[in-house]
Ligand binder design. Structure first.
Ligand SMILES: [Cu+2]
Length: 147
């Protein structure tokens, strides 16, 4: 199953990329160092390096009871996504497989109290699905990562 998904990472149709969320994208992240080698711009921290080199501004996804807004966004590889808790109670963000199983590989599971933020960026194109582990049926979102 993983092998099938990996082969689809490079597929041009982003719409069909739902299936490659999760394990395949996680595998892509593991190989980011190797993939970035030719550019010589590699810096210690991936997100910071990208912030320096890429013009795209961060995208903020606000969340609260019981929503992510916007629930679907499109960003470029390396562009930062900032999750911000604008609600009154703690929530989380964790990426899932296409079937909704919690992976927490690309978006690490972390308790986010009101006003706290979590910044993430993605090394490879694909679709990343995520949810709040406290309210998995109520709070779901999706990030489409393009080149
Ligand atoms: Cu929640």
């Amino acid at each position: 199953m993983r092998a099938i998904a990996r082969t689809r990472i490079g597929a041009p149709a982003v719409a069909g990329a739902l299936a490659l969320a999760g394990a395949a994208v996680a595998a892509a992240v593991l190989s980011v160092q190797a993939a970035a080698a030719p550019s010589r711009q590699a810096a210690p921290a991936g997100a910071e390096a990208v912030a320096r080199g890429v013009a795209s501004a961060p995208v903020t996804v606000s969340f609260g009871e019981f929503f992510y807004k916007p629930a679907v966004i499109t960003v470029k590889v390396g562009q930062q996504v900032i999750f911000k808790n604008v609600g009154k109670i703690a929530h989380t963000v964790a990426n899932t497989s296409a079937k909704g199983e919690i992976l927490s590989t690309l978006i690490k599971l972390r308790n986010l109290d009101p006003r706290q933020t979590q910044a993430v960026s993605f090394a490879k194109p694909g679709t990343v699905t995520y949810l709040c582990t406290f309210h998995p049926t109520l709070m779901k979102g999706r990030i489409v990562v393009t080149r």
